[in-house]
Design a protein. Structure first.
Length: 221
């Protein structure tokens, strides 16, 4: 049938305003007060592991250039929702360590590593789909095309319930998977012995690039 519209208006929303809306729980009621801040914007209080390889610059937690390792919380988590803002340099590479045991490679010893990556950089033109930004490294591929331009801040929400993981990037869900239903072969035929872990630390898995993070918070479920 006939459909008509009138009084249609459009207001561009800048990246900074969009992130503020998302960080406050979307355009509806502000729910951010339910989340526990993990980073105070001043120092590494509450974090452990590769502390010497991270620094606080202009209120952001940043991996030092040329350094790496996993920086993790001092508390472990089972089911949770984590919110985080991150900024990538050109070709930047880092990751979110999910249910990390406190030692070993987060991508394999933990439940998984969720990629924080400038996937569109020419350096990564030949990556396996399961290595792009937001992917459960080597196991489940995230949708591409939702990162803000390199050098701008991005907002991301990660929901981990049981064996399931959802990743929302800048307002779009890019990953929704159940690791219990994902079987080998994984990328490079490497085993993921930690993928069935039910509890562990939340952390940042540095890979030598100065990727910055801020507004890091978590909600236990």
């Amino acid at each position: 049938g006939a459909i008509r519209w009138r009084n249609v208006h459009l207001r561009p929303i800048a990246v900074t305003e969009a992130i503020r809306i998302l960080q406050n729980g979307g355009p509806k009621k502000d729910v951010k007060t339910a989340f526990m801040p993990l980073f105070n914007g001043k120092d590494l209080t509450g974090w452990q592991g590769a502390n010497e390889n991270y620094e606080v610059v202009d209120g952001a937690l940043r991996c030092k250039a040329g350094k790496g390792g996993t920086l993790s919380t001092s508390e472990t988590y089972r089911d949770f929702i984590a919110r985080i803002e991150f900024r990538l340099p050109p070709g930047g590479n880092n990751g979110l360590a999910i249910r990390y045991p406190g030692e070993g490679d987060a991508a394999y010893a933990g439940m998984c590593e969720l990629q924080i990556l400038d996937s569109e950089h020419p350096t990564y033109a030949r990556l396996d789909a399961r290595q792009h930004h937001g992917s459960a490294y080597g196991m489940a591929a995230a949708a591409r095309g939702y990162l803000n331009p390199t050098g701008e801040w991005n907002w991301q929400e990660v929901t981990v319930i049981g064996s399931t993981i959802r990743v929302e990037l800048n307002g779009t869900r890019i990953l929704d998977c159940d690791l219990a239903k994902i079987a080998p072969p994984y990328h490079d035929d490497k085993a993921h012995p930690g993928k069935d872990r039910a509890e562990g630390f939340f952390g940042l898995a540095g890979h030598h690039d100065p990727v910055a993070f801020r507004a890091i918070s978590i909600l236990k479920r």
